[in-house]
Write a protein that binds this ligand. Sequence first.
Ligand code: GAR
Length: 190
Amino acid sequence: MTTKLAVFASGTGTNFVAIADAITANQLDAEIKVLVVDKINAPVVTRAKERNIPIFHLKYKDYDTKELAEASLVTELNKYQIELIALAGFMRIITPTLLAAYPNKIINIHPSLLPAFPGRHGIDDAFTAKVPQTGVTIHYVDSGIDSGSVIAQQVVPIEQTDTLVSLEAKIHAVEHVLYPTTLAQLINHN
Ligand code: GAR
């Protein structure tokens, strides 16, 4: 059975595209039923429109609390009978409201070897720290920042010749393979 997937994103959307392309290439037995964004001007919105994927803009500021915003999101996700949620550069903390509705069904990608360098600047922070290696982590989401149990990790060595730009390119290249592959493994084991 094709898994009904929701992707949440806030930015460029290259991981959203990698997931969508893997589905098109029959590497992932899923359908992106909806893209959830917190910023309607994010470039990822254009990428979803190009693929005729419905977009849901969650306007957090329209709600008194984050929990109420997520409650309305759960209602929206229920309309699509969403089975799995993939965060792809979604820069918001998920609260217990959404976590309770989708226990162990919310996955995140982060551009470091967690628990090292969580937060918004995982690549930059690892580069600045001059560690010999960093990488990419796919993990289950809990109510912390880039915490939750690890599903898959891939190391990316930091070479002496690397710049921040070259390291970003290497990390993103790994992300675009590791995320669809890991989602496919999760889907196939369910
Ligand atoms: C990705 O590098 C992802 O790992 C990172 O945001 C980027 C989104 O890029 N996520 C985090 O830092 C989560 N803390 P994209 O919009 O091109 O997919």
